[in-house]
Design a protein. Structure first.
Length: 279
């Protein structure tokens, strides 16, 4: 079973309002300022899943800075997951900077069937991920509801790209240390955080942290998969595309190029996600 744990879908109405929303929401503006930036809805995702052999996908919006847009997006995600039961699971978009309102939205989404939170995007959402006091209400609620938290991560070196931001391994590590009992998913290989598992204290600190493969072909050579397996093991690596930026078939070929042993290959493509989300 192949499970794509990182898919962005937007309501058709939000897609139609693209030009107006560029200046209204900081994250939306950062991601979609270029006219050719890819957008998709659930219909396009299901078509891609059927074409490329993906059994199930985790759908999410973006790191909305604006409460009304987040709520509109969350309604679409939850309704879509219910309409495609067995194929889609929904994450909840929120912003820790909203304070109590963020917790209320999280609880509302959880009642609707959301299985996680994210993708949080600290730079464009305007919060400091290392600020324990700011992050505590959302993280406490996530732990109470047994929901993993997906965080955008970026590399401290290398090329720039839309939405890269500055949530680099040092910031992520402080965030993880602040909330050792939460299950955290670091997108995009955590900006390289697993490489620091060679330091003696890091493996214990990241024991509840998963890393996804989202947009890997734009970031690393396929050897990164084998490298991270060797450093932290295979049981906390999640297959994720960042759809529609990357189509499933492209990332499936990418993982195949790593030439992993079959049990490791199967765990990354779906087994780990099935265990994490109880699928």
């Amino acid at each position: 079973m192949i499970i794509d744990t990182h898919c962005h879908v937007l309501p058709p109405e939000i897609q139609r309002r693209r030009a107006d929303l560029l200046a209204q929401d900081a994250t939306f503006g950062a991601l979609f300022a270029k006219p050719g930036s890819a957008m998709a809805g659930v219909t396009e995702l299901i078509q891609a899943m059927d074409r490329d052999g993906v059994s199930r996908s985790v759908i999410m919006g973006i790191g909305w800075a604006t409460q009304d847009l987040a709520r509109e997006s969350n309604d679409y995600l939850i309704d879509s997951a219910l309409a495609h039961k067995g194929r889609l699971s929904a994450f909840c978009s929120l912003n820790p900077a909203w304070g109590d309102a963020a917790v209320l939205e999280l609880e509302r989404c959880a009642k609707g069937g959301a299985v996680g939170i994210g993708e949080l995007h600290a730079d464009s959402q305007g919060f400091d991920i290392t600020d324990k006091v700011r992050m505590e209400p959302v993280m406490d609620a996530a732990r109470r509801l047994s929901l993993p938290v997906l965080v955008h991560a970026s590399e401290p070196v290398g090329h720039q790209y839309a939405g890269k931001g500055e949530t680099t391994p040092g910031k992520l590590y402080r965030f993880i240390e602040n909330f050792p009992d939460n299950v955290i998913i670091c997108a995009h290989w955590g900006g390289g955080l697993p490489f620091y598992a060679l330091m003696p204290e890091v493996p214990e600190a990241i024991k509840n942290v998963y890393f996804d493969t989202a947009v890997s072909p734009f970031l690393y050579r396929p050897q990164v998969v084998r490298t991270v397996v060797d450093l932290i093991g295979s049981d906390r690596i999640l297959f994720g595309t960042d759809f529609p930026l990357i189509q499933p078939k492209r990332l499936l070929r990418y993982v195949d190029e790593a030439a992993l042993e079959q049990p490791t290959h199967d765990a990354i493509l779906g087994g780990n996600a099935a265990r994490l989300f109880g699928l």
